[in-house]
Structures are given as C-alpha cells and as structure tokens.
Design a protein around this ligand. Structure first.
Ligand code: SIN
Ligand code: MN
Length: 266
C-alpha cells in the first residue's frame, strides 16, 4: 500500500492519517481475542491500573503469535517505511486496554518527548501506527489529537510519575490550550479494524473510559534503523534494543489465525 500525494500532504499538515476499516472485522476480532489472552497473563510486561485491570501490555509481539504477525504486517509497515524513507525497527509495542468503566486517562504528551528524554533517540524520525480492536467512539476514551502540533518540535514537558500507573513526560495546560487554539482538538473514531498513523511529535491524550464499552488499541512505534536509541535506561521490553529492520510479511498473514479461530467456534 502506497500513500497518495494527497495523503502525504494531509499527513504533513495535520500530523496524522486515519484509515477507517483498514483491517477486516474478522482480523480485528481475532486480535481482540488475543489481547484478552495477553491481559490474562501474569507477566511483568502487562501493566495494570491501580485496581488491577490491564492498562498496557508491552512487547506482545515477543510472546504472542498474532501480535508477532501484526508487528510485521504490510498495512502497518509499508506506509511508515514510505514516510520515514527507509527501513524501520520496532522501538515500542503496546496493546492498550482502556477498560470499560476503569480505563484511566493518558495525559497530554508527545511520544518523541519521552523517547528523546528517556531513551536518547536522536531525531523524531519515528512514527506510531495503531489498529482499533474495538469500535472507538466518543464514549469510550478515544485518542485526542491537536492537529498540526507536530510542527512545534519537542515541547517543554514535566515528568509525571503520579497521575497514572505509567511514567510519562506531559505538557502543562497553558501549552495545550495555546496549541489547541491554533489547531483545535479532534478524536478520530471508527469501527474495530480502523488504522491510525500519527507523528511521534503529535500532541495527544485520551480521557478516562467511564462507558461500559472497552477500547483496545494496538500501537506499533517504528523508528528508522539509523535513528535507533542511544541510551538504555528503560526495560528492554519498553524501549527495544533490537534494531533489526522489519521485513514485512504478506497481506494475508493473519488469515491462518482468523480461520483457526473460526473453526474453533464452529
Ligand atoms: C498513548 O498515548 O501512548 C496511548 C494513549 C491511549 O491508548 O489512549
Ligand atoms: Mn502516546
């Protein structure tokens, strides 16, 4: 899949692109079932909210076959390779839960702000690409973006070690207000299987999920291989140290797992 000139222009202006229904409902359902299996594991990579429900499963591509395949899926890898103009490695892999009733806030931040400060990634030559595993609506804690905020470079931030279970470099309210006055604030919503690509400099957040509907999203954070991190301050399963270029699999790489799941249900 090649991004069109029009898509590249929109990405440059807004800092993100949204592809509703990029993965089929069957592929999304298969990955959702695998996410539930991952959250049930007692592993250090699975971080929980204060009441114990899963918040994030890191590095699931290392211990789950479906997520391994998704981590090399051409629908995820090709557009990022195109925009970053060269081979990429996996810097971080997250399956974020945002559980019904209990999923907590992600404060306003830029991902590259954390990767630069904590991991010494030289340049923002890195990208997030995500797939919704549930329908994402206005009700269940969607991602919030400030369009155009990726043009600001790395914005001042403070290290938030308190408001959530996961440490993050977060922006103060004055800065968020100033950026949103210019760019507005949007919440891309769509059915399970939708794909979202966004710049590592884009300012984003997500509100708590008070709804009775879960909101699971998988994120691949891909980095150009020449731009690999220089500092190893965080656990290997949070900020990976394997800089091998990812070879994309074939577009039907999830079919076998989808079929297995359907057979088991019959
Ligand atoms: C993130 O910003 O890394 C995660 C936000 C979310 O899943 O809501
Ligand atoms: Mn983020």
């Amino acid at each position: 899949m090649r991004l069109t000139e029009e898509e590249l222009k929109r990405f440059d202006e807004d800092g993100y692109l949204f592809f509703p229904g990029k993965f089929t409902p069957e592929e999304a359902a298969c990955l959702k079932a695998e996410a539930e299996a991952v959250y049930a594991l007692d592993r250090e990579e699975v971080w929980r909210e204060s009441n114990g429900v899963a918040r994030t499963a890191f590095a699931a591509h290392k211990y789950n076959e479906a997520f391994r395949r998704l981590g090399a899926h051409p629908r995820m890898i090709d557009p990022v390779t195109q925009v970053l103009d060269g081979p990429v490695y996996m810097h971080q892999y997250k399956v974020n839960a945002k559980a019904a009733f209990d999923g907590a806030v992600w404060q306003w931040h830029q991902d590259y702000g954390t990767w630069k400060r904590d991991d010494d990634m030289p340049e923002p030559r890195a990208m997030n690409i995500a797939v919704f595993l549930d329908d994402v609506t206005a009700a269940n804690g969607p991602l919030l973006f400030i369009p155009g905020s990726h043009k600001q470079g790395v914005v001042d931030a403070g290290h938030d070690l308190e408001t959530t279970s996961y440490p993050l470099w977060t922006l103060d309210r004055d800065k968020v207000s100033e950026l949103a006055e210019r760019g507005g604030c949007v919440a891309p919503t769509g059915p399970a299987g939708s794909m979202l690509m966004f710049s590592s400099l884009l300012v984003h957040a997500s509100p708590p999920n008070i709804s009775p509907f879960g909101r699971t999203i998988v994120y691949l954070s891909l980095c150009h291989v020449d731009n690999h991190i220089r500092a190893f301050n965080r656990a290997e399963w949070i900020a990976h140290r394997d800089f091998t270029p990812i070879e994309a699999l074939s577009d039907d790489c999830l079919d076998e797992l989808v079929a297995k799941r359907q057979q088991a249900a019959e």
